[in-house]
Write a protein that binds this ligand. Structure first.
Ligand SMILES: [Ca+2]
Length: 183
């Protein structure tokens, strides 16, 4: 049983809570926030231009084409990195958000180690690769950056290409640099 002596305290607490809720802004008020420690899964935040796919946030450039270096720089400007694929599950999930008619720069390069692709994000060999048939082939001897492109069977796969070719790109981050949320 609820002690009778506490009803008054309970009554006051309820009214304080109601007053507090009525004081928050309406649903149209948006506040720009720099988020330092991640976003709770049940927090309905607007993270545009990043979209959450599985456990990470991705910026998928669909309009502007850049060379690999400029794409890397652009991702850094957005507080992210060129995508570093961790596993096949992530690769499969991203396919649904990408165009088969475009190419996308990813984080793999062998500029520092010919013949051995490494992630510019981690500095280590890639956790996951999905090279197309016969790739990486260093065609013409000047292919040192990896992209996703459709060559065979209509599926985006990895290919090494000239780093100065122009492609869209994918940026990835664990936490977006900023979010909009409704209070
Ligand atoms: Ca190639």
């Amino acid at each position: 049983m609820f002690p009778k002596e506490l009803w008054l305290v309970y009554y006051i607490l309820i009214h304080i809570t109601v007053l507090h809720i009525s004081a928050v802004p309406n649903n149209n008020d948006q506040i720009l926030v720099r988020w330092q420690n991640g976003i709770a899964d049940d927090f309905n935040a607007d993270t545009k231009p990043f979209k959450k796919i599985l456990d990470n946030y991705y910026y998928i450039e669909e309009d502007t084409t850049l060379n690999w270096f400029a794409a890397l720089h652009k991702c850094h400007e957005l507080g992210a990195e060129l995508i570093s694929y961790e596993n096949e599950n992530e690769y499969d999930a991203l396919l649904n958000h990408l165009s088969k008619t475009k190419c996308y720069w990813i984080d793999l390069t062998n500029l520092s180690k010919e013949g051995g692709y490494q992630s510019i994000t981690t500095g280590y060999p890639p956790s996951f690769t999905k090279w197309d048939v016969g790739e990486p082939n260093n065609k013409f001897g000047d292919e040192n950056c990896a992209q996703l492109i459709t060559y065979v069977w209509g599926i985006l796969k990895m290919n090494d290409n000239n780093c100065y070719d122009l492609c869209q790109f994918i940026c990835k981050t664990k936490y977006p640099l900023q979010i909009n949320f409704v209070v």
